[in-house]
Design a protein around this ligand. Structure first.
Ligand SMILES: Cc1cc2nc3c(=O)[nH]c(=O)nc-3n(C[C@H](O)[C@H](O)[C@H](O)COP(=O)(O)OP(=O)(O)OC[C@H]3O[C@@H](n4cnc5c(N)ncnc54)[C@H](O)[C@@H]3O)c2cc1C
Length: 541
């Protein structure tokens, strides 16, 4: 345990927390990072294809389950959340994508002043070590390795051509100037191994940083409107740790509102229900929950896919390929190529993400995913700007109890229609000359479902969350009663408390959310540092 009192405590060593803690320590602050999970130094996290074995495993994942969702037939979906150093980045699908410029400019319009794309760009650049090199949009030499896919299949190249044949542009870099069109996926990997935020930011962190693992924060302590420290539980023992300037909360979009409410910060009615005394009545805590809904098109094909490489002797070859060349099927993330497209006229930015994988799963009777035994491919159709909003509340005042997640993934009829349009486009792509000769059948939804109505039934039955929850402690001006933090990430109404993680995003970006969460942690450190420096000068004066 740190001999001196830390200047600042960061709660949660996930994608954003790792970045924030490390940058603050580099800037000379004594930082204590408190993480509930274990270290991410574990082969199951490092070897990309083993992702399927760690999601829904309590040793890696908080394994939350949402309430039954009436918009998807009453199904109670699983909502995974990383529980390791690195958080989501230690268990996720490794797709590295920033989202569209439009999203950040939209945040700024909603009240997140200083979070327009131009202002976020320097942080996106400084975070990365991009295999494609640096230019005005991309960075090299940063802590997060960004690499090309190393599990290559001819059919992926054909899909990229087919997207162009279907009338969509080829983007040279979806993280670059043009975040629209089709390109191969980039991954948070180095030499074929996962590159989590913990690996990037924490392994070579400054000695100013101390990390407490397997320690859960149960409460943020507030006295006279100012944060004094945190109460933690480690190996069953409870204690309080104080800090000089306060706390940065980076527990992720599901745990951040939970911890705020457990600390008496949130909607007063909700706190009262669980016998928690109100420290600050802040109605936006836990509200504004957003998630990308996604459905799949699955085709069987007559060319080689990862489904073939997972079997028998071929599987052994892939193990050798990984061991000797750090390439092949075991380096695979969740997708191989992707496209951001507009499914209809009149949109200001792409509304649909198509992610193509040269493999496909079946869903077993028990609801688990199992790799299909025959050669198959799948196209994920994700809706990037869903209208539906949910909420995170408490089940009880006990810090051991999982939060209550109430969401209607398809609570808006137009969201369903946009997914139907996306599915129709995904189908059209599979019918293009570059790829149609490979396709032997449509497995899901299946060719017979043609009308929009029939497809909308399929969408309702087969849409799942993309595991990108955001928005539950949204950033916004004080005049917005539902805003939880200001544009400096400082919590409205309490001194010495900042939130830096996916929960501050006012809306979802068009893309998987890890790079954006890291950017928030990295940029957030500058906001926190500025406030601490001002406080220190005021104390010295
Ligand atoms: C299965 C899965 C697949 C995904 N695939 C992709 C993908 O391919 N590409 C992509 O861009 N995004 C992906 N995402 C999303 C992305 O990983 C998340 O958006 C991102 O990690 C969120 O970062 P965060 O910092 O907000 O929270 P997290 O990374 O979740 O970090 C929160 C941390 O806080 C810790 N914590 C929580 N409560 C406490 C407490 N009380 N005390 C101490 N510690 C606590 C947690 O253990 C965790 O380490 C995926 C997510 C999941 C779960």
């Amino acid at each position: 345990m740190m001999a001196q009192q830390p200047d600042i405590i960061v709660i949660g060593g996930g994608s954003a927390g790792a970045a924030c803690a490390s940058r603050l320590a580099d800037a000379g602050q004594k930082v204590l990072l408190v993480e509930a999970g274990k270290s991410d130094k574990d082969l199951r996290s490092r070897i990309p294809a083993l992702m399927a074995n760690i999601v829904q495993t309590p040793d890696f994942d908080w394994c939350f389950q949402a309430e039954p969702d009436p918009s998807v037939g009453g199904r109670p979906d699983v909502w995974p959340a990383g529980k390791r150093l690195g958080g989501g980045s230690a268990i996720n699908g490794m797709m590295f994508i920033r989202g569209h410029k439009w999203d950040y400019d939209h945040w700024a319009k909603l009240g997140a002043t200083g979070w327009d794309y131009e202002s976020c760009l320097p942080y996106f650049r400084r975070m990365e070590d991009n295999e494609r090199g640096a230019d005005h949009w991309r960075g090299t030499g940063g802590p997060i390795a960004v690499s090309e896919i190393r599990s290559k299949y001819q059919i992926t190249e054909e899909w990229v051509k087919a997207v162009e044949e279907a009338g969509f542009p080829r983007s040279q870099d979806l993280n670059g100037e043009k975040a629209e069109g089709v390109d191969f996926i980039q991954l948070s990997q180095r030499s074929g191994l996962r590159w989590s935020a913990a690996r990037g930011y924490l392994e070579k962190a400054s000695p100013n940083l101390e990390i407490l693992l397997e320690t859960q924060v149960e409460r943020i302590e507030v006295e006279n409107g100012r944060v004094t420290g945190v109460s933690v539980r480690q190996n069953g023992e409870a204690r309080t740790i104080t800090s000089r300037y306060g706390v940065v909360l980076s527990a992720g979009a599901l745990n951040t509102p939970r911890l705020l409410m457990l600390s008496g910060i949130g909607p007063a009615e909700e706190l009262k229900k669980h016998g928690i005394s109100t420290v600050l009545d802040l109605p936006g805590v836990g509200e504004n929950l957003q998630e990308h809904p996604a459905t799949h098109l699955v085709n069987s094909v007559n060319s080689r896919t990862l489904n073939d490489d997972a079997k028998g002797l071929a599987g052994i070859k892939q193990v050798m390929k990984m061991a000797l060349k750090r390439s092949g099927a075991l380096t695979t993330g969740i997708g191989h190529a992707q496209a951001f497209i507009r499914s209809r006229e009149g949109l200001e930015a792409p509304n649909i993400q198509l992610a193509f994988s040269a493999f496909a799963f079946d869903i077993t009777d028990k609801g688990n995913l199992a790799l299909r035994s025959e050669s198959s491919v799948s196209t994920l159709v994700g809706l990037m700007r869903p209208s539906s909003r949910g909420r995170v509340t408490l089940r009880s005042g006990n810090p051991e109890t999982a939060p209550k997640i109430s969401h209607m993934l398809l609570g808006n009829e137009d969201d369903v229609m946009q997914l139907v349009e996306g599915l129709q486009i995904a189908r059209k792509i599979m019918g293009q000359p570059a790829i149609s000769g490979d396709v032997t059948a449509e497995v899901r939804p299946n060719e017979e479902l043609e009308s929009r109505e029939a497809l909308s039934h399929y969408v309702r039955a087969a849409t799942i969350p993309m595991y990108h929850p955001v928005g539950t402690a949204k950033m916004g001006a004080k005049s917005d009663p539902m805003a939880v933090v200001d544009a400096d990430l400082k919590l409205h109404g309490i001194e010495g408390l900042w939130v830096a993680d996916a929960s501050v995003m006012p809306t979802l970006p068009a893309g998987n959310t890890n790079a954006t969460a890291i950017m928030i942690g990295d940029k957030g450190s500058d906001h926190v540092l500025k406030a601490i420096t001002e406080k220190a000068s005021a104390m010295a004066a």
